[in-house]
Design a protein. Structure first.
Length: 420
């Protein structure tokens, strides 16, 4: 009996299917590769939205000459891009909650690729503006999904870690994009910017098939698509969610005010070259990234927001005095560092806690966060250019810093999320 079993075992064993290698080491290696790909993909998606508008800022004078139009008309390209980004997020958010993230990502990136190429061959400024609208709509998919996908996959401290990376890019990309755009435009002209954007979007489109759908069918919106859009009303009525959305928005408002005013302050007032300006902006952007990471040291996470807001307020109060005098460049530059560090802390907190509150409708929640950020940006950008740019920037930053502290205080009074 024993011999028979032994013989049977020995005769069948060589013919049995080999077992897959599922050793802990290999599993850890595969998990590490998947996580690295996901983070790289999300970082590129987060940068994507900023590059759409900010990268071609240095080319506006050249485009004005090329299209034989006024300054205000060519600046409408920025406006139409922002409108497209806002409309796209509001439209795609609920659709992605119902049908998943990947179809929206593929469709929006494909639209962006086509719109970028058509922009290059626009015969008139008015045709170009329509192309910019569609380009903004196409860019919106990747931009809001960079916040949505992490909320599908993670929560608590792990979500905060991923959002810290997103927050760092949210601060770094808007500052670095004009610098890169200036370098590209110098060699390839304004059309070169749109070819670079086409290449960027094509790269993301090529990477997308490897991205695994983050929203399972069980977690998708089960009602009619039209009803999914009604979830915006619930999100806007959610006090915790909107507190953190406004926290992120006011922090972005300060960043947009700084970015909008910096070229005029650095180059026109203090007479630094465009290259020197780019170097200063690049170094300063590192403090945003540092603040985004520093926020993870706080428990609960929302404490980072209050500490960061106090740091921002103190820095801006001192900056107001320096900017009002308009004489000490290096003191101004030194004070930008703690301001940007504090903003980075608030980016991590705002993104994480807002998406944590809105995770049941993560697509719509991310769309609201993006839209509020653009509203802040659209309002503050012209304010810093009123009359004397140094003084108008000082006043704008000061008002926004008090607003940031207000929402940080409101967030602090909310019950702490046990996972954060």
């Amino acid at each position: 009996m024993n011999n028979t079993n032994s013989s049977h075992t020995s005769s069948t064993a060589p013919n049995s299917s080999p077992q897959p290698d599922i050793s802990p080491r290999r599993q850890a290696k595969e998990t590490g590769r998947s996580f690295l790909f996901l983070i790289t993909f999300l970082v590129l998606l987060s940068a994507f939205g900023s590059f759409v508008n900010d990268m071609y800022l240095p080319t506006l004078p050249a485009m004005q000459r090329a299209f034989h139009c006024s300054v205000s008309t060519v600046q409408l390209g920025l406006t139409f891009g922002m409108i497209g980004l806002g409309l796209g997020q509001l439209t795609f958010g609920p659709i992605s909650d119902k049908y998943g993230r990947k179809p929206i990502l593929i469709g929006s990136l494909a639209l962006f690729c086509v719109a970028s190429v058509v922009c290059v061959y626009s015969p008139t400024i008015h045709f170009f503006l329509i192309c910019r609208l569609f380009q903004g709509i196409g860019a919106s998919g990747g931009y809001f999904l960079a916040r949505t996908i992490p909320a599908d996959l993670y929560d608590g401290r792990q979500l905060a870690k991923v959002m810290a990376l997103i927050g760092a890019i949210n601060g770094f990309a808007p500052a670095s994009a004009p610098v890169l755009g200036g370098l590209v435009a110098k060699s390839l002209g304004w059309q070169g910017i749109f070819w670079i954007l086409f290449g960027f979007s094509s790269l993301l489109l090529i990477m997308t098939p490897r991205f695994k759908e983050s929203l399972s069918k069980d977690n998708r919106y089960k009602g009619r698509l039209i009803d999914a859009f009604k979830e915006y009303k619930l999100l806007l009525a959610n006090r915790r969610f909107m507190t953190h959305v406004m926290l992120k928005g006011s922090a972005l408002g300060i960043l947009f005010a700084y970015i909008s005013a910096a070229p005029f302050i650095f180059q026109n007032h203090f007479h630094y070259t465009a290259l020197q300006f780019g170097l200063f902006m690049g170094v300063n952007a590192l403090f945003v990234a540092g603040g985004s990471t520093l926020a993870l040291k706080f428990r609960p996470l929302k404490r980072a927001s209050f500490a960061g807001s106090l740091l921002v307020l103190a820095s801006i109060v001192a900056l107001t005095i320096v900017l009002w005098s308009g004489k000490d460049f290096w003191l101004m530059e030194i004070l930008f560092a703690p301001m940007l560090l504090g903003l980075g802390m608030n980016f991590t907190v705002g993104n994480t806690l807002a998406m944590n509150e809105g995770r049941a409708n993560a697509g719509g929640a991310s769309a609201v966060i993006g839209l509020i950020g653009y509203i802040f940006g659209a309002v503050v950008a012209p304010l810093v250019g009123l009359d004397n740019v140094l003084r108008s920037t000082a006043v704008t930053l000061l008002i926004l810093s008090f607003l940031l502290l207000l929402f940080a205080t409101l967030s602090r009074r909310l019950p702490a999320d046990l996972q954060n």
